[in-house]
Design a protein around this ligand. Structure first.
Ligand SMILES: Cc1ncc(COP(=O)(O)O)c(C=O)c1O
Length: 459
């Protein structure tokens, strides 16, 4: 059946999907009795499914991706124009959009200078890990090969990145994993692990304790999310980031920041780390880079990191011997350029800051009304509400009940998210990440849906 004909027979589309598509992160037993949700169209923050239902998308395509909203014809046009001119050549050569986007991107990231293209967040992080390993091999005599990662953070779905999953349920049953990755404690103050006043510095000092235990000359890098996303929207406590930076410098440890979710405006700054005044060595990004209009990810480094791959050119093994076939597609950078133009011209960073404050204010007001909300956190349009069975003891609400809130909102036309199957016993945070174009009305619609769902849950 042609795509055009099938578009007119959405029943057939749903049947084809049920029969042949293996959905991500889904238990398919449910589709023996229910239809999978199949989306057909999107405009702004609105989506329509095959049954004709309309939704307000408060999760930017489910996984914090469609930052500039759906239906952007200017991105589609730019991609089309580029594809008919030149769709592809392997990344060993250059192309116009890749060069122009790299220049624009590093222009937003003082101190950073080189962009390595690939096409998913996992891949961007794998590249960073490989850089660290090669630097260890060539510049540290094989030492400094370990990479630290943090409890509750997530860096991807490949075996290498799952080896750095701070979310045990994501990694379960997929091991064994490669060696040399070591976990440090999370910094979520609501689930405090130390009874001290300066929580931020204490949580950062916990990283140094791991470095000292492992031996500083064995540790080459640490990867961290500026604000943890799927691990429960964890904003860093005061004092955390400056101390982390200090520890990295002291022990000559490369700081890799995973901006796959935070990047391109999600927190109200171009990059999440810019909210905290830190200077990374490597930054990875994907998702919002082209808002899902094309597959693109970037591993961005300082010139110092880049220079380490230029030594001994007569030795055929000194350069970064890595390739990503689709890292040579031109659709990604051309979509990314237009995506960046939209964020700039429409003032979306400012809107994100303003609307993010509204989300937090609304959620805090809901806290007064619903004892089930234990904590509210967020930065920009990147917010979470942690649900508890008991506010005094902070006992987490059962995951099934949290998912019931998500389902209730969806049944009422608002798509929200929640931590799911990530942290044993702690999949209890509702996640909100609407497109950066959200209006005050959109925000109120989203939080009103949560209000009603919580009233039904508690009733
Ligand atoms: C913080 C973070 N890093 C990396 C990834 C992996 O990105 P991808 O799914 O594009 O491989 C994700 C995906 O959700 C993420 O949230």
């Amino acid at each position: 059946m042609s795509l055009e004909r099938i578009r007119n027979d959405l029943g057939a589309v749903v049947s084809a999907d049920r029969a042949h598509v293996w959905h991500h992160l889904s238990q398919h037993k449910q589709y023996e009795t229910t239809d999978p949700r199949v989306f057909v169209e999107g405009k702004g923050l609105r989506l329509w499914d095959a049954a004709g239902r309309e939704y307000l998308d408060a999760v930017s395509g489910g996984v914090w991706t469609v930052n500039v909203g759906y239906g952007r014809t200017s991105i589609a046009d730019a991609v089309r124009d580029q594809l008919v001119k030149l769709n592809y050549f392997a990344g060993a050569a250059g192309n116009i959009p890749a060069a122009v986007f790299a220049q624009k991107l590093v222009g937003k990231m003082p101190g950073m200078s080189r962009v390595y293209y690939s096409n998913s967040g996992s891949e961007a992080n794998e590249k960073a890990y490989k850089m660290v390993r090669q630097i260890a091999a060539r510049h540290h005599g094989g030492r400094k090969w370990k990479i630290l990662y943090r409890e509750r953070d997530y860096h991807g779905t490949t075996l290498g990145t799952l080896a750095t999953s701070g979310q045990p349920e994501r990694a379960m049953q997929y091991g064994p994993f490669p060696d040399g990755f070591v976990m440090v404690p999370h910094c979520l103050e609501y689930r405090r692990q130390w009874d001290v006043e300066n929580y931020g510095t204490r949580a950062a000092d916990a990283i140094e304790e791991v470095i000292l235990r492992e031996g500083p000359d064995s540790v080459g890098a640490i990867i961290l999310e500026p604000v943890t996303a799927g691990g429960g929207v964890i904003t860093p406590p005061d004092g955390y980031w400056p101390r982390v930076q200090e520890i990295c410098r002291k022990h000559d440890i490369l700081l890799i920041l995973d901006e796959v979710v935070c990047g391109l405006g999600r927190t109200g700054a171009w990059f999440g780390y810019q909210q905290y005044g830190i200077q990374p060595d490597i930054v990875t990004m994907a998702k919002g880079v082209a808002s899902g209009y094309a597959a693109i990810s970037c591993t961005v480094t300082t010139e110092r990191v880049f220079e380490m791959f230029k030594d001994a050119p007569e030795d055929g093994l000194s350069y970064f011997r890595d390739i990503s076939t689709y890292g040579g597609c031109t659709a990604g950078p051309v979509a990314a350029l237009e995506n960046m133009r939209i964020i700039e011209d429409e003032g979306l960073l400012e809107n994100t800051t303003r609307m993010g404050e509204r989300v937090l204010a609304n959620l805090r007001a809901l806290m007064e009304k619903h004892a089930v909300i234990g904590d509210v956190r967020g930065k920009g349009l990147f917010c979470g509400a942690e649900l508890v069975a008991d506010r005094a003891t902070r006992e987490p609400l059962d995951e099934k009940r949290v998912q019931a809130v998500v389902a209730d909102c969806a049944a009422n036309g608002v798509l929200i998210g929640a931590t799911n199957r990530s942290l044993p016993g702690l999949n209890n945070t509702l996640c909100l990440s609407p497109g950066l174009i959200a209006t005050a009305d959109d925000i109120d619609t989203i939080t009103n849906a949560i209000d009603s769902a919580l009233t039904r849950l508690e009733g």
